[in-house]
Design a protein around this ligand. Sequence first.
Ligand code: C5J
Length: 221
Amino acid sequence: MVDIKAEPFAFPARPKQLALIVIDMQRDFAEPGGFGESLGNDVSRITKIVPDVKRLIQGFRKAGLPVIHTMECHRPDLSDLPPAKRDRGNPLLRIGDEGPMGRILIAGEPGTAILPQLAPIDGEVVIEKPGKGAFYATDLDDILKRRTITQLVFAGVTTEVCVQTTMREANDRGYECLLAEEATESYFPEFKAAAIAMIRAQGAIVGWTAHVDDILEAIHA
Ligand code: C5J
C-alpha cells in the first residue's frame, strides 16, 4: 500500500487495484462549435487542463496501471437519447444536430472524438456512455471487476456533472475514488470548487481529492 497525499486525509492506494478514469475529454466539450459551446459555455477553460490530464495519463501508463477513457455519446438513430435530454433548454445545437464538427455527441462523428493529445492507445478501454454517469447503461463495472480494480483516480470534464456523477455511482458500488484537482474542470469555476468541497466533506463522503504531482509521485514510488 502507498499513501497518496490527499484531502481530507491520505488516500491509501493499493497500486495493483488502481485505475485512472478519464471522463469525456472530447472535442465536443473543449472546442468551438461543439456541444459545450452550443450551451453558451466558454470552452477555453477545458483546453487549459489538457497538459495536466496528459501527464496523469502518461504517469499511469509508465507505472503500468490501467487507463480507461469515457465518451458521452449517442447512437446515430438517437434510440438511446431520451427526449428529456435532447429537448432540455435552448441550445444553439441539440444532440444529434449537424454542427461544424459533425453531428453533436453522436458516436463516430469527428466532434465526438477524444482530443487527439489525449487519445487512447492500443489496449486501453473506451466506454461510450449515453448518460452523465459512466456506470449507467455501460459495462464499466464488469470490466473493473474482471480486472480486480477497487480504487479509481478521476480526471476529465465537467467536474460537477459527468465526473461527480460517475464518482457517486462508483462510490455506491464500493469503489474508493480520488479526484485529481488540476486534471478536472468545469465551465463554472465556482461549481468546480463546490464539487471538490462536497466530494471530500464529511470524512470523504464521496471520495478524496489530490494534486496531480502527489498522485504521480506516489504511483512511481
Ligand atoms: C455535460 C459532461 N456537462 N461530460 N457532460 O453535459 O460533463
